[in-house]
Design a protein around this ligand. Structure first.
Ligand SMILES: NC(=O)c1ccc[n+]([C@@H]2O[C@H](COP(=O)([O-])OP(=O)(O)OC[C@H]3O[C@@H](n4cnc5c(N)ncnc54)[C@H](OP(=O)(O)O)[C@@H]3O)[C@@H](O)[C@H]2O)c1
Length: 335
């Protein structure tokens, strides 16, 4: 074991984009597990757009990360020592362990994973929180029906790639919206989307008219802003707009841009509903079984973007999400 535990702590609340100075790179002691606890070494850290929201001091579905606290993050650790009956040295465990090299846990919220079935990164992606988000957002909140027309924004990301492929597995027509020709080609050529719209180059509203001529039954929104507004103009009767996220707004230092076309909800007798994936925790096991089965039969292809480095690479890696530099689930693998 190394003598120090490298950690990333929040130094200051960012205004707009996160600056390198908003983080403190620290070296703390490596703790012993103690009674009823286990200790482990971090193998892989999840990078999530929601992290930006956790840095703001405002009410949300989780309390903000405090100044001076280790940055909150989902991760996979390998147990090195244990006084906990359920976790043994060598076990891989997923949980919210933070951006640090070494972890001590009492096991609350932690789950043992089988890395012979899938690598640690996949338990942070398709079989983890983003996969659960796609599944419940689409099937429960979106109340998806076979054969409907589904549009997914942020389609080439962790949640978007899975949401689009679940919709395809359910026999839907699926249109993805993503940034750049490579991502769009990946969606149609590799992942089986019926069409893809490059929001950086195309007029999204016109492209939606072309690719969803009968209107959108389910719009799965990961980005908010102008793209949400464009999608609202193309809703089918009784459409469902799933508010999963709004990454285009997370770095704003001005108020969030709300949709100006919301009256189409009235005209189309549609509904728009937000959700937080944690509310579905008691059904994760079923969702993971379904997604694993779709991966096994080839209906879901797993896309992961793995950056290898140390915890000190966390701040720069997080920025990749906001620059659109990731394809699929972004994970920092500690080497
Ligand atoms: N409700 C929930 O419980 C829940 C749970 C998990 C995640 N989420 C939300 O789901 C969304 C996707 O999360 P993820 O983990 O799958 O991230 P991700 O899609 O893997 O990564 C973020 C992607 O967002 C796109 N993006 C960044 N800035 C943008 C902008 N200004 N306009 C349009 N697109 C932009 C980029 O792709 P392009 O190259 O295509 O721009 C980037 O690759 C986020 O909004 C997140 O907050 C919600």
């Amino acid at each position: 074991m190394s003598a120090t535990n490298r950690q990333i702590r929040l130094a200051a609340r960012p205004v707009g984009e996160v600056d390198p100075e908003d983080w403190e790179h620290c070296a703390g002691p490596v703790d012993e597990p103690g009674p009823g606890r286990f200790a482990g070494r971090t193998r892989a850290i999840s990078l999530d757009p929601a992290m930006r929201g956790w840095l703001d001091d405002r009410p949300s579905y989780l309390p903000p990360v405090g100044i001076g606290e280790v940055m909150r993050a989902g991760s996979v650790i390998e147990v090195t020592a244990s006084d906990h009956p359920d976790f043994q040295p060598g076990d891989h465990v997923v949980g919210t362990f933070g951006v640090q090299e070494y972890v001590v846990s009492d096991g609350r919220g932690a789950m043992k994973i089988d890395t012979s079935l899938a690598p640690p990164s996949t338990y942070l992606g398709a079989l983890g929180m983003p996969g659960m988000t796609a599944y419940f957002g689409l099937l429960d909140v979106g109340a998806l029906k076979d054969g409907e027309t589904v549009v997914v924004s942020g389609a080439a990301g962790a949640v978007g790639t899975i949401a689009g492929q679940i919709a395809k597995a359910k026999g839907c027509r699926v249109v993805g919206i993503a940034g750049g020709p490579e991502k769009c080609a990946m969606l149609t050529d590799e992942l089986g989307f019926d069409a893809a719209i490059d929001y950086r180059a195309d007029d999204v509203r016109k492209a939606l008219r072309r690719h969803a001529p009968d209107g959108i039954d389910v719009y799965f929104d990961n980005v908010g802003g102008d793209i949400l507004d464009a999608a609202l103009t193309r809703l089918a009767m009784h459409a469902r707009v799933v508010v999963c996220g709004a990454i285009s707004q997370y770095n704003n230092d001005t108020p969030v841009k709300g949709p100006s076309n919301y009256l189409s909800l009235l005209v189309r007798r549609a509904r728009m509903e937000g959700f937080v994936v944690f509310d579905y925790a008691d059904r994760y096991a079923q969702a993971a079984r379904d997604i694993a089965a779709w991966i096994a039969d080839g209906r879901i292809k797993v896309k992961e973007h793995i950056v290898q480095g140390s915890v000190d690479d966390f701040p720069e890696t997080l920025q990749m999400l906001f620059r659109g530099e990731n394809v699929g689930k972004l994970v920092l693998e500690l080497v």
